[in-house]
Unconditional design. Structure first.
Length: 205
């Protein structure tokens, strides 16, 4: 999964390949583009609280849902998430950890439930290879059921009994079905801490 746009060739292939602390609170980060071999480095100011958070997750940036339905990427510089939360135009935000594939799926599913532009979701799903087959791995990982029902995909929780008594989501793609289930479970976008799609899938009854 690549999320940074290369300033040289404009491809989304600019990835972090190393870094080092150069002084207290200052961090030098090295980037390389796998498409054109462009190299660059940045020096970033990171406070210690932020540094501890980075040790827990390899966050390289944030996607946020704009009120116009677009999904916009912002690099994870100190204070980036706070800026998004304070913006009156941002509806929701998601951290991006390229080492955790579930981050991409959570973003796409919840953004779909939140009403993000369908074409933008399809664009990101294609870029990250979030296919119907891959969706089945994600569904298994979070404990959801995903299967074909006629000519549509159906997504449910593990405690599914029937359509009259259990929430379910349907769609032409597995992603559409998961997004519909997310909405059916009552997930709501918010910029502070709240229940994720994964949390709602695990909650039975």
């Amino acid at each position: 999964m690549a999320f940074n746009r290369c300033p040289e060739c404009d491809a989304y292939e600019l990835k972090v390949y190393g870094g080092e602390h150069i002084s207290r609170g200052n961090y030098k980060r090295y980037y390389k583009c796998s498409a054109c071999n462009y190299h660059c480095r940045t020096i970033e100011r990171i406070d210690w609280a932020d540094l501890e958070r980075r040790k827990l997750m390899a966050i390289i940036g944030w996607y946020y849902l704009h009120e116009n339905g677009d999904l916009i990427y912002k690099r994870d510089l100190p204070g980036a998430d706070a800026d998004i939360r304070e913006s009156p135009f941002a509806v929701m935000l998601w951290p991006i950890d390229p080492k955790d594939r579930s981050c991409a799926w959570q973003l796409l599913v919840e953004a779909s439930a939140a009403g993000a532009k369908r074409e933008r979701i399809k664009e990101l799903a294609a870029k990250w290879s979030c296919t119907d087959k891959d969706a089945q791995h994600y569904a298994s990982y979070i404990g959801a059921k995903l299967f074909m029902d006629g000519n549509q995909w159906c997504a449910t929780r593990s405690d599914f009994t029937d359509l009259q008594n259990s929430p379910a989501g349907f769609g032409d793609t597995a992603l559409d079905a998961l997004g519909a289930l997310c909405k059916e479970l009552g997930w709501k976008p918010q910029k502070m801490w709240g229940a994720t799609f994964h949390d709602l899938v695990k909650k039975e009854g």
